[in-house]
Structures are given as C-alpha cells and as structure tokens.
Design a protein around this ligand. Structure first.
Ligand code: FAD
Length: 489
C-alpha cells in the first residue's frame, strides 16, 4: 500500500485525506493544534456556543461527495437546511432589505426596493451566470498549471469569450454600469468580500459570486458550521485515517527532487507522497529548507483579515436573521483603509451572524450568540490593542444607531479574535482569511499550483493555493491535488 503524509487538518487537509484513502493510500495527518478543522472550529463561552470562523456555507454537495465516495449516506452524518433569506441588509438612512434566496422573488422585491427595472436586474444576473458557466470548469475543477487543461474545447471556448468576463473593469465599475442605486451597487459590491478582496480592485468577473449564492443557495448545518469538521472527522476515523494532534511539522525533508517525508519533534516520518495543507507562505518560509522559492507568489498581496467579537447577548432581536449586514456609509474609504492604509475605518461595515436563530441550543432562552465580524487588514504589526478598543466603540455606536438599541447593556459574554491570533492559531500568513487576495485580474493564475514544480511527490491543498479560499474552493483544491497525485502515480 502506498503511503501519504498530510500536514494540517484544515478542511482541505481532511478532504485530501479522505480522497487519498479512497485511492488506496495509507494516510497520516499531522496537526499542530489539538483539534481538527483549522479555521473551521468552534468554542463555548459561558452558556453560548460559537463557530470560530466560517459562517456562510454554500455548495454543500461538495461535502456530501466525500461521504458518497465511501458509499455512505451523507445525511447519516451531516444534515443541513437551506436558508430562505440570504441576508438582512441595513443602511444608516433607515433603508432595510431582506434578500430572498429565490431569483423570482429577489427580482420582484429588489426592483421595488431599489427602484430598478426587473428587466435590468435580470440582465445582470444572466450575465453573472454566463461568467460562471464560462469559467467554472476551467478555474474550479482543474489545475491551471498543466498544459493539458488548455487543450480542451471548453477552455479554448472560455478564453475566446474572455471579453464577456469583465476582466478589465472592477466589480464596482461593472455594478455601476448596470445600476444607479447606491444601495444596490453596495449590496452587489459586497460579494468581493467573499474572497477577502476589495470591490474597487477585484475584477468584474467576481459578479459571478451572487450567481453562485442564488443558484446553489446558502445553508446552515444542523448544529452549526462546526458540524462540517465534526462529521468529516468522524468519517476519517472510520476509514482508519491516523491523526497526530499537537504534532507540528518542522520540516518537509527533501532528497534531491523528492520530498522524502516530514520531521516533527517526535522524529522523521517517510512516505511516498507529502501533501501540505499549511499556508503556502508558511510551507516555503518554514518547512521547505531550500533556496528554490517562488518569490513572485510569496510576495503577492494577501486577502483581508478580520476582527471578530463573539458576544453573548441577553436580548432577542427579531429584525435580525442568521446573516445580517450593517453597511458603512463610505464603503470605498473602508476598503482604502483596509488595503492601502492597513488600518480600520471608523465607520466599518458590521456583519452579525447569529446561529442561535436556527440552532436554539447555541444560546440560553431569551439570548442570542452574536458573531460580529469586521473586515480588517492583515497583521503588519499595527497597534491592534488600540485599534480593537476603538473598533469596539465604533461597532457599538453603529449597532445602536441602526438597530435603535443600547447593545452595550446586553453583552454578557465576550471573546475577541484578531489578525494576530488568526495568524498564530492557523498559520495563515498575516492572518489572511482566504490566502492571496483577488485584487488583480491575474490573481487566479498567480495562485500556487496544487503540486510542487520542484519536488515530484509534494502536493498542496487549502485556501492559499489554487483555486483559492473559502470552504467550497478548499474542498475543490483537495480534489485537484488528489487528481494530480493519482495522475502522477
Ligand atoms: P486551515 O483552516 O487554514 O487549517 C490549516 C491547518 O494546518 C490548521 O489546523 C493549522 O493548525 C495546521 N498547520 C499549520 N501549520 C502546521 C504545521 N507546521 N504542522 C502541522 N499543522 C499545521 N469561508 C467560507 O467558505 N465561508 C465563510 O463564511 C468564511 N468566513 C471566515 C471567517 C473567518 C473569521 C475565517 C478565519 C475564515 C473564514 N472563511 C470562510 C475561510 C475558510 O475558513 C478557509 O478558507 C478554510 O477554512 C481554510 O481551510 P484550509 O484547508 O486551507 O486550512
């Protein structure tokens, strides 16, 4: 039996482990933390439960697929429900919009709310779908780093129609071409944050993200986001995948053009292949002790990070749903602050996620568990303690203004996560949430491949390599990496 070693048990590490097991490999996963899941983790604060990182879940079939690989019924492990409301949006001028998931309903409601013709909205959504249909096969399911990919009819056809992708315009530029209403433009601009980018820099092709959200829908696993990790971990144990927790990998041991194995404090482990699920920057800067480093890739701009306040709140807010956004009045300045000034804007967009709306046991009776996230620059050594103190006041003032309450009187539990801690806890370079940013039209091509160009049996998966960050793309990275391994056999 061939053997494999995986560094890191993030979602892509676990998915790669399962796929390799299915392909007949013996699999050992080495994890620096004492738990699986990486960013997809959870914790308790008093009587409240919180998901630590991801809160938005799309394309659940990519998780189901992993159970089906082993002829298991996914719902015996993992149950989720579709959300009818995608997000509740709030603006400072009192405008509110509860965005329905169904396209027909959205068209009707948005047309009235934002004073735009349904026909125009539909035109935009159709173009977004077209962008997705043209590129999904090329960007999401294949390696962009093998010549074979470019020889398929579909790829050539996508490249010929590249003019339809709005690569030379920004997302904001495209949205402004379609719409005049500033609230609607802001709503569609927000999709840039789904991969940690700025709508004023990321190319117009990103308008395919609202199509994805509307077409596939958004979901919440029964029991919260952490169930994704817990259910896949259970499956992995049943398949005799071996987990080594609290065992950080210090080195990928290289022998000529091969990765011979890995080194931890407990010794050397050798195997036929090594898969790294660590951040690619960390892999090259700490684990591969060689001068052969892809400097251009490692110097690329990173996605945004975040500051998260986890609040146990002793009041119910019926106007809020699972996903809620309180928009900044100056969105452009907010992104300038994050990406150019590397600081926090004083009127931040505030995202409030409340799983207790759906998972009643996540908060005591009459209470809610608020996960409040504000997009932030990476960790460049800013004075975070001062920034977070100011941010907390700005967030409280914003919530009080928009929801007409005195939230500070209702916070009974608090924990804070910031870019420093994200970097420390998950090894994410600068604390980025989604690996490299998508602020350039070339970013898809600039992400590191899922295989090493230098060492024949070394592979990469996870949010910092192709095709990018976020749970669905990480799951796809595991598939592309294992497809490369099988092709290499
Ligand atoms: P990671 O989760 O990054 O895990 C890597 C693992 O490797 C960690 O467990 C780490 O301990 C381990 N490791 C690192 N170095 C070593 C070493 N040397 N030896 C051993 N182990 C090591 N995505 C969404 O889809 N929806 C969202 O709503 C969303 N929101 C987010 C909010 C926050 C606050 C954060 C932080 C992320 C969010 N994301 C979201 C992004 C998503 O969480 C990530 O893209 C995804 O979970 C990354 O998975 P990964 O497989 O790359 O591994």
């Amino acid at each position: 039996m061939k053997s494999s070693l995986i560094i890191g048990s993030g979602i892509a590490g676990i998915a790669s482990a399962l796929r390799l097991k299915k392909a007949g490999y013996a699999v050992k996963i080495f994890e620096a933390a004492n738990h699986p899941g990486g960013k997809l983790h959870a914790f308790h604060l008093g009587n409240f439960r919180f998901d630590m990182g991801p809160s938005l879940f799309t394309m659940p079939h990519l998780v189901d697929e992993l159970f089906q690989l082993f002829n298991k019924n996914p719902s015996d492990y993992f149950v989720y429900t579709k959300k009818e409301t995608l997000c509740n949006y709030f603006w400072e001028d009192g405008t509110r919009f509860s965005m329905p998931s169904g396209q027909g309903q959205f068209l009707q409601k948005a047309s009235k709310q934002f004073d735009v013709e349904e026909k125009q909205l539909k035109k935009y959504l159709i173009r977004n779908k077209e962008k997705y249909d043209l590129t999904a096969d090329l960007f999401l399911s294949k390696s962009l780093h093998t010549w074979k990919t470019y020889f398929s009819f579909k790829t050539v056809s996508s490249l010929v129609q590249a003019y339809k992708l709005h690569l030379n315009d920004t997302l904001n530029g495209v949205n402004k071409k379609y719409f005049n209403n500033r609230h609607l433009i802001q709503l569609f601009n927000r999709y840039a944050t789904y991969n940690g980018s700025s709508p004023y820099k990321t190319p117009g092709i990103m308008s395919m993200i609202p199509h994805l959200e509307m077409f596939y829908g958004t979901y919440l696993p029964k029991g919260g986001m952490h169930q994704i990790t817990k259910s896949l971990y259970k499956l992995a144990l049943e398949q005799n995948i071996e987990f080594h927790f609290n065992e950080s990998v210090d080195e990928i041991v290289i022998d000529g053009n091969y990765a011979k194995g890995i080194k931890t404090a407990k010794g050397l482990y050798t195997a036929d292949i090594v898969v790294s699920n660590t951040d690619i920057f960390t892999a090259y800067s700490k684990l591969i002790k060689s001068d052969r480093k892809p400097k251009r890739i490692l110097n690329q701009e990173r996605s945004s990070s975040a500051v998260i306040f986890y609040w146990g709140v002793d009041k119910l807010f019926p106007e809020l749903d699972l996903h809620n956004i309180l928009f900044s009045d100056d969105y452009e300045e907010e992104f300038n602050s994050i990406f150019d000034k590397k600081t926090l804007h004083n009127d931040p967009t505030v995202y409030i996620n409340i799983t207790s709306k759906e998972v009643k046991s996540d908060a005591p009776n009459g209470c809610e568990n608020w996960f409040i996230m504000v997009n932030a620059p990476g960790n460049f050594g800013q004075d975070w303690d001062t920034l977070i103190k100011e941010l907390k006041q700005n967030v409280i003032h914003k919530i009080n203004r928009v929801l007409n309450c005195k939230i500070e009187n209702h916070i009974i539990e608090e924990e804070v996560l910031d870019p420093r801690k994200i970097e420390l806890k998950t090894g994410s370079h600068l604390g980025s949430l989604y690996g490299t940013s998508s602020n350039s039209k070339f970013s898809a091509f600039l992400r590191h491949s899922n295989f090493s160009p230098d060492y024949k049996n070394l592979f990469f998966c996870g949010g910092s390599v192709h095709p990018g960050g976020g749970i669905p793309l990480c799951l796809l990275s595991a598939k592309i990496a294992t497809d490369s391994i099988i092709a290499h056999d």
